[in-house]
Design a protein around this ligand. Structure first.
Ligand code: CP
Ligand code: NVA
Length: 301
């Protein structure tokens, strides 16, 4: 396990090991127990898109592990002026011990891994968001105690979050149902894999997807890079919203997750968001612990 390029590359056992370590690191932080596993190591963090959570949680996480995080905006790197990824990868591999990258194309992340010689961590692409889903799985296990016999439902765009949640849920043995408008389904190869490896439904009906769900998840209707489609998407996705009416078809103790940032009254109402704020902000906090576990797993000697 040299990289975290996408969750589908990791086995259920590898995911569980990282979640177990994340729980331990969270306990150690809360109890003031030092855990400087990456002393003397440097992590480069390349951002080609905006970020609040990913940037701050990786940066603080690296400090807490005794290492050195470097924020590298693509606007300031030569990569932003056309230096090839294969050269950037080989140069940065001579200075750093790991790279976290947030970008558009999944191929760029895969190419960094192909040409570089240090661990690469995907901090979000248009295709997937594995770090977020590790934090989501950690939060579900904290709140529900298990993944057994749970149904996860995703409402909205079949985007990077939907792709990674589908893989994470099926790998951990949960049922996964997505409700999305026609033409906005998740990746077709991943849907085929999900159908062959677990209980998977893709429907246009939000009620069908949310029926008896234990966990409801949603994400923005227009992701980063789709700002120009935002108005059109507001019409297409109207109705693909987590609201109190939809919550009434889910289990009475259902939890709600949102990777954030959230657009209230679009994909989720303010009422449901605030009723489930404890879970949603645990989820945000768990980015820190889960990513520290990923860094230790990939970067510790
Ligand atoms: N959820 C998430 O990745 O948030 P940021 O875009 O703020 O990093
Ligand atoms: N789907 C969203 C997730 C943000 C964390 C995006 O890609 O913008």
């Amino acid at each position: 396990m040299k990289h975290l390029l996408k969750l589908s590359d990791w086995s259920a056992e590898e995911i569980t090991a990282v979640l177990d370590m994340a729980d331990q690191l969270k306990y150690e932080k809360k109890n003031g127990i030092p855990h400087k596993h990456l002393e003397g190591k440097s992590l480069g963090m390349i951002f080609e898109k905006s970020s609040t959570r990913t940037r701050v949680s990786f940066e603080v996480g690296m400090y807490e592990l005794g290492g050195n995080p470097l924020f590298l905006s693509s606007a300031d790197l030569q990569i932003g002026r056309g230096e090839p990824v294969e050269d950037t990868a080989r140069v940065l591999s001579r200075y750093l011990d790991g790279i976290m990258i947030r970008t558009f194309e999944q191929k760029e992340v895969e190419d960094l891994a192909k040409y570089g010689s240090i661990p690469i961590i995907n901090g979000l692409t248009d295709y997937c968001h594995p770090c977020q889903v590790l934090a989501d799985l950690m939060t579900i296990r904290e709140h529900k105690g298990t993944f057994k016999n749970l149904k996860m439902c995703f409402i909205g765009d079949g985007n990077n979050m939907a792709n990674s949640l589908m893989v994470g849920a099926i790998k951990m043995g949960m049922e996964f149902a997505i409700a999305c408008p026609k033409g906005y389904e998740p990746d077709s190869d991943l849907m085929k894999w999900a159908s062959e490896n677990g209980t998977f439904t893709c429907t246009e009906s939000v009620e069908e997807a949310a029926k008896d769900a234990d966990i409801l998840v949603t994400d923005v209707w227009a992701s980063m890079g789709q700002e120009g489609e935002a108005n059109e998407r507001k019409k297409i996705f109207a109705g693909y919203q987590i609201n109190s009416k939809l919550m009434s078809v889910a289990k009475s103790d259902a939890m709600v997750l949102h990777c954030l940032p959230a657009h209230r009254e679009e994909e989720i109402t303010a009422e449901v968001f605030e009723a489930h704020a404890a879970e949603i902000f645990d989820e945000a906090e768990n980015r820190l612990h889960a990513q520290k576990a990923v860094m230790v797993t990939l970067m510790k000697d």
